[in-house]
Structures are given as C-alpha cells and as structure tokens.
Design a protein around this ligand. Structure first.
Ligand code: ATP
Ligand code: MG
Length: 582
C-alpha cells in the first residue's frame, strides 16, 4: 500500500509504536488466555489486526475496504493480520461461506501466514475459553442469569430518555448463577428461558451498557462444533474476547460499533482484572463503511437477490460480491487500488461507481493485451480486391510494450466492420464510413465507400468499398492519404463469440434505503450479443483480460468461455460512460 492510505488509524498506530504501548505483549504461537501467554516469548508481531467476517454469505466490495485496511496496516507496520471467521451464530453459518471467504481474501492478494504460522482462526475455536470466562465473570459478580422472558427484558430496558429497570434476578448469588449457567450449558433448559447478562448499569445513557446479554440458549447444531454446545455467546461478548485471545492490538471496525466500544472496554478491563487476560488489552477504532452508489452492501440483501433468482448466483457479474466482481473481470490489483483511492475516514460518504471503474482501467491499461472485436458485425465487401487473396496486417499486442510481440490480421475481400462505424446519412462530426467517404481500416488499407445493400426495412446488410492503392499502414505511400476515420475490422472467417454487457442492477442510487428495494431493479441490467473476435482472443484461457480496441476492457468468462463459443464479459468501457458516445 502506498502513502495514499495515510489516515487517522495509521497515525494512531505510529503513536502507539513510538510510545512502546504494545511492546510488552507475549505470544505463545497461538491464541491464549493471559496466564497462557504470560509464559511465552515476546510477540514478534509489532501489531496484530484482524478481518472478522461472519460466514453467513459471500464477501462484497465493502468487505474489500476492511480487508485492504487491516491486511495493509499489518504489512506496513511489521505486523500480522488474522483472518477470523466470526462463527458464533449456529443458525446462519455454513461451510460453503467459510470456503468462499477464504478464497476471496486469498484472491485479493492477502495472506495470514506470518512468523512461521497460519493465522486463520474461528471464533468457535474459543468456545471453551469464552465459557470459562463467563464463569469467572459470574464468580466476580459481573454477570448473572436472568430468567425474564424476552418481552419482559425488552420492556425493562428503558429508552434513550428513561433509565431501564433492574431485573428481579439481578441480585442472584454467584453460586446460584453458576449453577444455572452450568445447567444451561448442560442442556437442561429450553430456549428463551434464561440468558446470561453482564451486570453493568441499567441507568446508563448508553443502552449497550444496560446489562447486555452475553449468552443465550440455542439447541442448534453448529457447522464446526456440531451439537457440543447448546448455549452460544453473543457478538458483543465473543468479539472483544476473541480479539484479546488472539493478541489483537488494533481492533478496527465500522462506525456502527462506536456505541459498543464502552462495552468492549468494560468487558476486557473486567477480564484483565480477574486475571483472565493479559494487559494491555486490544483497543477498538472505528472507520466509515463503504457505500457505493447504486449498489447494496449487505450480505442479507445480497442473499435475497440470490435466493429470489433475480441474479444467477453469488458470482453473477452484476453482483458487488468479490465473486461477482471477479467474474465480471475485475482484477485484485484494481480492487486494491480502489480501496487505496477511497481512503479511510471517520465520516460516512458515498462513492460513485466510476471510481471503481477507473481503477480497473488504470490497472489494465499498462499491461492488458490488445485485440480486435467487432461487437455488432456488418459485412464489408472490397469490390476491387481479388477473391482469395489475403494480405497480412501487423498490429502490436500492446502499443507501449513491443516486447509483448505482434498479432496478425488477414486482410481480404470480405471483412467485418462495426455496424455503428457506417452511416448512410451521417450526423454532424461523423468521420467514419459513409457513402463516398474514405477511412483507414486500422493497421490495413485506406478504403472508399462505393455503396451499400439494405434489407426490406432499409437496414444496411453489406457495405461496398474499393481499396486505395499504396495505402497500407506502415508503407511509404500511407501518408499520401489524409483520412480522419480509423476503424477496426476482422476477416470474414474470424471466430464468433458471445459478448455479455452489464449495467447497474438497480435504477435507484440507494436501493438499500428502500423497503421495496426489490422493486427498483433495472430491467436492462444485462444484454448479450453475437460478435466476432480475433482468433487469438477466441482461443484464450478463461479469465484472460483484453482491451478490445476502441471498445473497452473484456474478460473471457470464468465459467462459460469456450463451452460452446468464446464468451466475454465487458468489464468497463474505455472511457467513463458519460464520455462514451463518440
Ligand atoms: P453484512 O451486513 O453484509 O453482513 P457485516 O458488517 O455484518 O455486513 P461482517 O461479516 O460482520 O459483515 O463484516 C466483516 C468485517 O467487514 C467487519 O469488520 C465489518 O465492519 C466490515 N465491513 C462490512 N461491510 C463493510 C463496508 N460496507 N465497508 C467497510 N467495511 C465493511
Ligand atoms: Mg454481520
């Protein structure tokens, strides 16, 4: 990452490192409690961050911001970033999502391997310790079992202006709490009959401190621990403790957790006082979420798009998931560049999709091979070119990288040109092919249009032209012809390909804010056309990207390419769409 990501979190880390705040931490090579870490060597990692997704769906572009930030900071400061699957909710999580998350973070170019170990963790790995700490809190008088119904608890919680009411069970003795907690753990109680709550302050102005629930009963199978547990920790309990067990220094999360920070600090301070955790404990810092105009960044809503069949799957090229962006043709480098450009701030802002698109162009322009595609082919017949004769035309693979070599295009009597490059009655400023006009066929010869054929509706079906003598690109005579238009073409036998083009999935800039967000779908969010492409492109491997000259950036589809025909997805146009109408 570059200096562009200089931000308030970076400054905070620099200050911490300068003061030696984290210098005394110890690390036994794996997560552990305070006493377990105390025996170990000093932690070789100067900082530890983590990316903690819940495996309840596929990652999206918003997660990329968090991944780039957390992994990027660790890289820059001689630390390590852990990938932690935050899997404490048994009913929503699945192995499929775990696998997809691991793949997506790797694909983005990050690694959790450092100091000779793999830092891939699961919150569920800490279930034993989380439970032991709950007993410690109970014994210390910091937690109690509440046996009120969920409704009664809600009613007693108070409001922003009124304090809450203490539960009738708030003053149960530690011994009674401990016994009930063990019964809950052993499966002796039904769901909803008891919860474990922190004993903090029912009158706190921060509702999160009004005796938040730490554990609830769920007789549910967990994707990793099976039926071993029937009580599960809440996020606000499991998260800070997982951070502490993993020796995280900077726990970076999005702004909506700002109000949870006092609870985060309270819990870790109590557990450190009780001797469960080593000092100093992790510190939470919040940053603004990414909002991308016209897009949803909520796993739950993306899930709804998949399950309702609005899109073909999590990897539909219109989806803002990393799988979707990958299939659409986005490169990991482009996504990292985007995250660098949008920066990290403490206030919410909306980012326009062109920022993402421009990052792709800026990544690919310098190295993507060039090729020719005629998206909407129209036949061109060169009347004075002998039947059966061909002339090899040479084009560079990349205009600035001669070392990448050249490609060959066979010029002949019948060629394909782009339908929109021909106009019978040209609009003002149209410098391409019109009756009587001359253009250069890129890398080939100059031609002059002599006529055209039309179908019954008057739509051109073929254009006729003659070839100007001694006009071939690169030959001494080429400069004798001054033409304004320079159009691309392919030989008549160029392979057919399917080209898929995409637009925004929604026609509302903020679909996520609407209750009826499924009603603002863009009906034209995708189209497919039969095109012609250069042979070399047709034969390429899936996921190979090209700049199709004059058209934009395209990728050979990861799934469908060459199953029957070559299939390319348009990633982005060459220029910002506003500037596209040439
Ligand atoms: P979702 O509602 O999509 O499930 P989430 O925040 O609940 O989002 P998690 O799996 O809990 O998803 O997120 C993992 C990490 O990614 C968290 O630290 C979260 O703050 C971060 N994250 C999620 N969405 C965004 C976003 N739009 N911008 C920046 N960071 C995000
Ligand atoms: Mg979540």
């Amino acid at each position: 990452m570059s200096e562009l990501v200089s931000n308030f979190i970076r400054h905070r880390i620099e200050t911490d490192l300068a003061s030696g705040h984290w210098a005394g931490r110890r690390w036994r090579g794996s997560p552990g409690t305070g006493p377990e870490q105390a025996q170990a060597e000093p932690d070789p990692a100067r900082i530890r961050t983590r990316f903690p997704p819940e495996p309840n769906g596929y990652l999206h572009i918003g997660h990329a911001k968090s991944i780039c930030l957390n992994f990027g900071l660790a890289q820059d400061f001689g630390g390590v970033c852990h990938l932690r699957l935050d899997d404490t909710n048994p009913t929503k999580e699945e192995q499929e999502y775990v696998d997809a998350i691991i793949d997506a973070v790797r694909w983005l170019g990050f690694s959790w391997s450092a100091f000779g170990a793999e830092h891939l963790y699961f919150a569920s790995d800490h279930f034993e310790t989380l439970y032991a700490f709950a007993e410690a809190l109970i014994e210390g008088g910091f937690a109690y079992v509440d046996s009120q119904s969920a409704d009664a608890m809600r009613a007693a919680r108070g409001t922003l202006t009124e304090p809450g009411q203490p539960s009738p069970w708030r003053d149960r003795s530690p011994a009674e709490n401990l016994q009930l907690m063990r019964e809950m753990r052993d499966g002796q109680h039904a769901e909803g009959t008891h919860v474990l709550r922190a004993r903090i302050d029912m009158a706190s102005p921060n509702l999160n401190l009004r005796d938040p629930v730490l554990y609830r009963i769920r007789h549910a199978s967990h994707h990793r621990t099976g039926d071993r547990w029937c009580i599960y920790p809440m996020y606000d309990y499991a998260h800070p403790i997982s951070d502490a067990l993993e020796n995280i220094t900077h726990s970076i999360c999005t702004l909506e957790f700002e109000d949870h920070r006092p609870l985060y600090d309270w819990l870790l301070a109590r557990l450190a006082d009780l001797g469960c955790l080593a000092q100093p404990v992790p510190e939470q810092t919040e940053f603004a979420r990414l909002h991308l105009t016209g897009t949803l960044t909520s796993k739950r809503k993306l899930q709804a798009l998949v399950s309702s069949g609005v899109v073909d799957g999590w990897d539909d090229p219109r989806m803002p998931t990393l799988e979707g962006l990958r299939r659409r043709g986005y490169t990991p480098a482009a996504i990292r560049l985007f995250c660098e450009r949008i920066g990290v701030a403490r206030s919410d802002s909306w980012i326009e999709p062109f920022v993402l698109e421009q990052s792709l162009r800026d990544d690919l322009d310098g190295h993507a091979p060039r090729a020719t595609a005629v998206l909407d082919p129209l036949l061109l017949v060169l009347e004075d070119w002998p039947e059966g004769q061909t002339d090899t035309c040479i084009a560079p693979v990349h205009p600035h990288h001669p070392e990448l070599g050249q490609r060959q295009l066979e010029f002949g009597r019948k060629l394909w040109i782009e339908r929109e490059d021909f106009a019978v009655t040209p609009p003002k400023g149209f410098f391409r092919l019109t009756p009587g006009a001359r253009v250069r066929l890129r890398y080939g010869h100059v031609i002059e249009c002599t006529g055209w054929d039309a179908d019954a509706d008057g739509r051109p079906i073929a254009v006729h032209a003659r070839v100007m003598p001694d006009s071939k690109s690169g030959s001494p005579g080429a400069d004798n012809y001054k033409v304004k238009g320079n159009i691309h073409w392919l030989p008549e036998d160029a392979p057919e390909a399917e080209i898929r083009r995409y637009g925004p999935l929604f026609n509302d800039p903020n679909p996520g804010a609407r209750d009826d967000w499924l009603d603002c779908l863009n009906p034209d969010s995708r189209s497919s056309i039969r095109s012609r492409v250069e042979t070399g492109a047709a034969l390429c491997d899936p996921e190979q990207r090209f700049q199709f000259e004059r058209q934009g950036y395209f990728v050979a589809d990861r799934v469908d390419h060459r199953r029957e025909v070559p299939v390319f997805n348009q990633i982005v146009s060459l220029k910002d769409s506003k500037a596209l109408s040439r």
